[in-house]
Design a protein around this ligand. Structure first.
Ligand SMILES: [Zn+2]
Length: 241
């Protein structure tokens, strides 16, 4: 077994780079869908938090309102009884004094009733707000579940493609197992996921960073050596033509 029979390194790197670019593209598509779903979920949960806060205030106002309503009713009944009892007083002065007192208390009750009406209006507004937010949440939740359904199909397809690409990649990479070039390539791939391997452009420049390459570099590339661009560090290859 001589080294000559081992597969040439550059074609493997080129093959790996083609697979990696596809993997990166599909992974980005998948991530975009997942991010979109997560963002929408967050928007919905923001509305839910808002609704919960409104519902809490609403509950408190309702409790206060019903308590006040009962108490005002009791006061109102009492004053009505006293008014009915007025003509049983045969002393005119006493009657006058009692009437003044009743009027005073009735006025106070009237003020409390006005406040109560205000409270009722507040409750009405809060109820409207809660129901508006609920409508928004329902609309968004409907859109979310439709998108989730659609996305889960797409993500499933992407996962299948990714798994077969990764399998293929593992196979190709196995030819370079333990070789420093594989680690070096992986680092370049992480830095330039969309084009870790670039062509020599116009026979003398790097198509990635447009730096002019020396003749020595071009000769090495022509020999199918694995050469990095001195400018950007991407691996160079001859153009396909
Ligand atoms: Zn370059």
């Amino acid at each position: 077994m001589s080294n000559a029979q081992a597969p040439a390194t550059l074609p493997i790197i080129i093959q790996l780079s083609k697979l990696d670019v596809q993997i990166a593209t599909l992974s980005a598509q998948k991530k975009k869908l997942e991010t979109e779903l997560a963002n929408r979920k967050q928007v919905i949960s923001g509305h839910e938090t808002k609704r919960a806060a409104r519902e809490k205030v609403l509950g408190e106002k309702k409790t206060l309102c019903s308590k006040e309503e009962k108490s005002v009713k009791v006061e109102r009944d009492r004053i009505n009884e006293r008014r009915a009892a007025l003509n049983t007083l045969n002393n005119y002065k006493l009657q006058q004094a009692a009437e003044r007192e009743i009027d005073y208390v009735a006025k106070q009750i009237g003020q409390r009733e006005d406040l109560l009406l205000g409270l009722m209006r507040e409750i009405e507004n809060l109820e409207k707000e809660v129901s508006d937010v609920t409508a928004v949440i329902e609309g968004l939740a409907g859109e979310y579940s439709a998108l989730e359904k659609e996305s889960s199909e797409t993500i499933k397809g992407l996962d299948e493609q990714l798994s077969s690409l990764n399998k293929e990649r593992t196979e190709h990479a196995s030819h370079l197992t333990g070789q420093p070039i594989l680690l070096a390539y992986n680092r370049i791939r992480d830095r330039f996921p969309s084009n870790p391997v670039v062509e020599v452009m116009n026979k003398d420049s790097c198509a990635g960073c447009f730096m002019k390459l020396g003749p020595q570099v071009v000769v090495q590339v022509s020999r199918q050596d694995v050469v990095k661009c001195p400018g950007c560090g991407r691996i160079l290859r001859l153009s396909a033509e």
